[in-house]
Design a protein around this ligand. Sequence first.
Ligand code: THU
Length: 138
Amino acid sequence: MTEAQRLIAEAATAAEQSYSPYSNYRVGAVVVGSDGVEYRGCNVENAAYGASICAEANAITNAAAHGVRAIDTVAVTCLDGDACSPCGNCRQIMREFGVRRVILTNESGEPVEYTLDDPTRADGAERTPGASIERRRG
Ligand code: THU
């Protein structure tokens, strides 16, 4: 098992704690803090849907609440439906803590690595529209 596969497995475990009665879409995330500790998060929804918290934001704020101020890697996966990708708000939260590497999963559940800055995948294979928008704004 690669490190990326292990982190995605951790994220899947985190997703089991998801509180998502409105979307029924369970998402989990794990971050590795600069202290070397892994912090988990899951999505926590609200009847006021905009007050919902994404798994990535939960994991990063969990790390921050333990004193972490720098995060290199975020791994995210979901247990239901299509593969997920971080929203703009979460990308901004990642930016704040210096996230460089984002590990998502493809349709087969295999890890795929992205950088936060570059519209190409970390392996250079393909473009992601959201990331292109981010670069134009930057
Ligand atoms: N969600 C996440 O937690 N992370 C993502 O990367 C994509 C979406 C959550 C938000 C909401 O609770 C549910 O998934 C449906 O969008």
